[in-house]
Ligand binder design. Structure first.
Ligand code: ADP
Length: 417
């Protein structure tokens, strides 16, 4: 606009001020684009180049009063600046795939080319070295001006809008993905729990059948005694005693099951790991007996108390025992060695079996969900156990033991309070 008003406004305004403003706009675009590209801003160098350029321009204009030098100097530099902006915009397009950046690159490439055509036309003497020249040149000036300052500015703003929209989309997608994987994770954990319970309920049915049968037998013999010899109080006492003992056994069983099945909200409490490793073994009594498994305990004298959720820690141990029992199905010797001890301020539970150890294919993928070597396996037990251990600020690792079999190590912070 200032250039257009040249005939009616002071020349220093249409030259010096117009140039200063144009350079300011160009520099700001360079700064904006470099920020998008996370490139440093060479502020001092930029100010130096612009001031030097203005001084040389003024020298050509006022000192030498040479319009060819003045105009050529301006066009060459502006063409260079436009080409540089086009280059930055192209980099942005390639890095972030922003379509507006591509448009911006085309606009500024067009602007630079138009200026080059102008430079050629002046060099070959087709036109005057003045921004207000007539005819084709006036069209070229208007065209490059519109291209760069109007459409280019829209594209420039578009780059930033598009970028923030893209970021928001990425953030939303990430959130949805996390929520989804959390939801799926919960479902898988639930499924695994149901599977464990399914396996245990078979075991429980067996466990219950023994004391219940004994109770029925005692009740039957009490009834018989009452009918045949109602005064034989010894026989009656014995039968009632049997009923009481077996009823207590069933109550203990119910307590154990209730402890495991209660709702899975985090409920941290003091837990003695020496007790827990044995309690969980009782939950698998049937499988242990059926598979002729022997447990060997090795407990240090020191306290091994941790703060934790009983149900969740039981789930880890259940899974570890179950894996060990399954792994030893073809083994001659079937032993599970369980040790509980302290290591500094940690309590470490080690469970070793006499099975074949980890399959070669498993070793690299251990702890990855859905990796299993069993036909009926889900392959989530270990990964769920690891996340439970992490939730307790602990770790769970499985390796092959030196003397054969797999070795699982659960490491938890000791509770010293
Ligand atoms: P799943 O038991 O459903 O396969 P897990 O995550 O509990 O899922 O176990 C993953 C795999 O780790 C098992 O399929 C098995 O190959 C291996 N593994 C776990 N424990 C043992 C063990 N004690 N001995 C040998 N391999 C084991």
């Amino acid at each position: 606009m200032l250039v257009g008003l040249r005939p009616v406004i002071p020349t220093w305004v249409s030259y010096t001020v117009a140039n200063g403003l144009t350079w300011f706009a160009v520099s700001m675009q360079v700064v904006g684009l470099r920020l998008v590209l996370r490139q440093p801003i060479p502020a001092k160098a930029m100010v130096f180049v612009v001031v030097l350029w203005l001084l040389v321009f003024e020298y050509f204009r006022l000192g030498l009063q040479n319009s060819h030098l003045r105009f050529g100097w301006a066009l060459i530099f502006f063409a260079g600046a436009f080409a540089y902006i086009a280059y930055l915009a192209r980099q942005i397009y390639k890095t972030y795939e922003l379509r507006n950046a591509q448009v911006l690159a085309w606009m500024y490439t067009g602007g630079a080319l138009v200026l080059c055509v102008r430079i050629m036309r002046i060099a070959f003497g087709y036109t005057e070295p003045d921004a207000t020249a007539q005819g084709v040149d006036s069209f070229l000036v208007i065209f490059s001006g519109v291209l760069v300052s109007v459409m280019g500015s829209f594209a420039f703003v578009g780059v930033f809008i598009e970028r923030s929209a893209k970021r928001e989309m990425a953030a939303i997608t990430e959130r949805v993905r996390q929520e989804e994987s959390f939801r799926l994770g919960e479902q898988v954990a639930q499924l695994e729990r149901q599977r464990t319970l399914g396996m245990m309920s078979y075991s429980f049915a067996h466990e219950f059948s023994q004391p219940l049968t004994a109770i029925l037998m005692d009740a039957y013999s009490a009834k018989e005694t009452l009918a045949a010899e109602p005064h034989n109080s010894n026989a009656l006492k014995e039968a009632i005693q049997g009923i009481e003992t077996n009823a207590n056994r069933t109550r203990e069983l119910v307590d154990r099951i209730r402890n495991f099945i209660r709702p899975s909200q985090d409920a941290f409490e003091k837990i003695n790991l020496k007790m827990l490793v044995q309690d969980v073994q009782h939950l698998l009594t049937h499988d242990i007996r059926k598979n002729h498994i022997k447990f060997e305990w090795d407990f240090e004298d020191e306290e091994s108390v941790v703060m934790g959720d009983k149900v969740q820690l039981s789930q880890i141990l259940l899974n570890v025992y179950r894996n060990a029992i399954q792994a030893m199905s073809h083994s001659q010797i079937r032993k599970i060695f369980v040790s509980v001890g302290k290591q500094g301020d940690r309590v470490v539970v080690r469970v070793r079996d006499t099975g074949p150890g980890l399959d070669e294919s498993m070793r690299l993928n251990i702890g990855m969900p859905f990796v299993t070597t069993k036909s009926d396996g889900l392959g989530v037990g270990l990964s769920i156990s690891q996340s439970i251990a992490e939730k307790h600020s602990g770790t769970l690792a499985i390796t092959n033991a030196k003397d054969g079999g797999a070795l699982v190590e659960l490491n938890l912070p000791a509770d010293n309070s």
